[in-house]
Every structure is written in C-alpha cells, then in structure tokens.
Design a protein around this ligand. Structure first.
Ligand code: GTP
Ligand code: MG
Length: 171
C-alpha cells in the first residue's frame, strides 16, 4: 500500500488529464458528498456534462459549493482536471480564506494508457488532440505544482501506484 496523507479538514485537488481516472479515484476514496465535480456542475446547469459553453456557470457553482463546504470545515475534493494555474489559485484562495490547507493528488499515468482508456470510454468521446494538449499541460502543471506549496502533494505515476493508494486523513 501507498499511504496518501491528506488534511481531514481542507481542500483536495485531483489533477490529471481526461481519462486519468480522477472520478474513479474520487469514488473509491471519498464519500460522494465530499466530491465536487466540474462535470457534474456542468450537468447541473446545462443537462450536459460535455457542454463547454456552460463552463463559466459550472465553475461559479463549483466555487460556491467549495466555499460553503470549507466554511463548515468539511473535507472537499475537487474532481476537475486542475491543469491550469489560475483556477487552482482561485480554489486555494478559497481554502486560505477559511484558514484551511490545500493538498493535491496528481494522476500522472503513461500517455499510452490514457489514450487507450480514452478510446475505450463509453461515457465520453475525447479527441486525440485534446488528450495530447492536456498531456502537455500536465507536464507544465507538474512543475508549477512543485512551486505552489501544498500541504501534501502526491503524484501517482502507474496504475499499480493508483491501485495501492490508501487515503489517510490527518487532523
Ligand atoms: P474526465 O472526467 O474525462 O476528466 O476523466 P477522469 O479522470 O474522471 O477519468 P475516469 O475516472 O472517468 O476514468 C476514465 C476511464 O478509465 C474509465 O473508463 C475508467 O473505467 C477507466 N479507469 C479509471 N481508473 C481506472 C483504474 O484504476 N483501473 C482501470 N483498469 N481503469 C480505470
Ligand atoms: Mg471524471
């Protein structure tokens, strides 16, 4: 097993390209109410998880839920790609406002595995060029994450590491 220490009261950012397994990881390790998903927020405001025109509304809703949960000191896991610095910074700002820590779990799986999973998905179609761009963005995000000073920064690089992961909530 690989123990991932995460703050029991605080914000956890999942980071990874589409198909990395963020939603699967979230469902395995956290209660459904602890997970705030950008795709679910998009669906709530537009009836369509894939409607990119709903992104601004979806993130307003996501930030609002994160803010209200953190105000109560509840563990809150953001299931979104979190590949870009400004949205990450906005989320970290909300945690900081409530004097709570932020941690990140990065699913950095081999590109070939991502492409294979993406092609086999039944719930969503993602173009290869979208995957390629996200994989590039992830390389940059990994360098940035190192500088962003998280309470904990866990990077899982193989399916075996993902399978072996056990979350330990630290008070
Ligand atoms: P987006 O929501 O598009 O950003 O993707 P995601 O990161 O949430 O990935 P998701 O959890 O939906 O997983 C994508 C695909 O990979 C699904 O078909 C999953 O069944 C598969 N998958 C995810 N995690 C695992 C895993 O640990 N093992 C295996 N074998 N398949 C996985
Ligand atoms: Mg997902």
């Amino acid at each position: 097993t690989r123990v991932l220490d995460l703050p029991a009261a605080g914000l956890v950012l999942l980071v990874g390209v589409s198909g990395a397994g963020k939603s699967t990881f979230a469902a395995r390790h956290f209660r459904p109410t602890q997970v705030v998903s950008s795709d679910r927020c998009r669906a709530m405001v537009s009836d369509d998880e894939n409607d990119q025109s709903a992104t601004a509304d979806a993130f307003e809703l996501l930030h609002s839920v994160v803010d209200r949960r953190l105000r109560r000191g509840l563990l809150t896991v953001v299931d979104a790609t979190n590949l870009h610095p400004h949205p990450r910074q906005e989320l970290r700002r909300i945690a900081k406002k409530h004097c709570l820590p932020t941690a990140a779990v990065v699913l950095d799986l081999p590109a070939d595995l991502i492409r294979e999973r993406t092609r086999n998905r039944s719930d969503r179609v993602i173009d290869d060029d979208v995957t390629a761009r996200q994989l590039h963005d992830l390389r940059r995000a990994l360098r940035q994450l190192d500088q962003e000073k998280y309470r904990a920064l866990h990077v899982l690089r193989t399916p075996e590491e993902v399978d072996a992961a056990v979350v330990r909530l630290v008070p």
